[in-house]
Design a protein around this ligand. Structure first.
Ligand SMILES: C[S@@+](CC[C@H](N)C(=O)[O-])C[C@H]1O[C@@H](n2cnc3c(N)ncnc32)[C@H](O)[C@@H]1O
Length: 245
């Protein structure tokens, strides 16, 4: 594995260029993003109207796209990283090169806004939340997942995970992790009543996956670890909520 994080500062977006050919490898360093994309998409109902728009902030290479197939949305992805957007476009995403804190789309255009594993990478996550809520039409749905601003999240997601060969070193800056209660408060300020729940990979699936990784064996289709709810949002959590009005 190329270890972009050893030579670039933590959370430097250029890491995604260095790791560009990892995005769509099911067992690559972004494997968990595939599992999380599946779980995030499960929170998105079929579109309620023709032409419904889903705006995917920090879409990366568009890993959400296959899990939205058949739900009836036009999938627009916004990301800073052009090399990722090229891959997202190849998977049917309408790619917009831009910053999640200043999105070049009009107010209220989105039936759904997704922000998967984005907020913990944005120095001003409150600005990204304001943009997500601005983009939502009244009754629109916000779905997200992120890492919590806790000592446990810093231990598990940085100090432990980054010792594994399956996690890029330096991909996270723990100073940017997002407190779940502050996120709920911020969403409420912008008219979205966010519910959060902790999630994690299912233990047996994760152990089987780690065992296969250690043997260099590929994961058979459909055998990827599932993301399951857990009692505490202290490490990783999902949020979903509807915009009022
Ligand atoms: C961990 S990846 C998640 C990608 C995708 N949401 C997924 O779950 O597969 C974080 C993504 O956010 C993008 N990103 C980071 N900061 C951003 C910002 N301020 N505006 C837009 N995209 C950003 C990165 O380029 C990267 O593609």
């Amino acid at each position: 594995m190329r270890d972009a994080g050893l030579v670039l500062p933590r959370n430097d977006p250029r890491q995604y260029d260095e790791l560009a050919d990892e995005w769509w490898r099911p067992d690559g360093v972004f494997a968990m993003l595939h599992w999380l994309a599946r779980a995030r998409a499960a929170l998105v109902p079929p579109a309620a109207r023709p032409g419904a728009l889903l705006v995917d902030l920090g879409c990366g290479a568009g890993l959400l796209a296959p899990h939205l197939a058949g739900k009836g949305y036009r999938h627009v992805g916004v990301d800073l990283t052009r090399s990722a957007l090229t891959q997202a476009a190849a998977h049917g995403v309408t790619a917009v090169n831009g910053d999640a804190t200043a999105v070049p789309l009009v107010d209220g255009c989105a039936d759904v806004v997704a922000a998967g594993e984005l907020l913990e990478h944005v120095p001003d996550w409150r600005a990204a939340v304001a943009e997500a809520c601005r983009l939502l039409r009244p009754g629109g749905l916000l779905v997200l997942d992120t890492l919590n601003d806790t000592a446990l999240a810093r231990l598990v997601a940085v100090r432990i995970a980054e010792r594994l060969p399956t996690v890029p070193r330096g991909i996270h800056d723990p100073r940017l992790f997002v407190d779940d209660r502050e996120l709920v408060t911020e969403c409420a300020r912008h008219g979205v009543d966010l519910s959060v729940r902790g999630v994690r990979p299912g233990v047996s699936g994760l152990l089987r996956w780690l065992f296969r990784q250690a043997r260099g064996a590929a994961t058979p289709p459909g055998q990827e670890p599932r993301i399951v709810p857990t009692g505490s949002p202290a490490i990783l959590y999902q949020g979903h909520g509807v915009r009022d009005g």
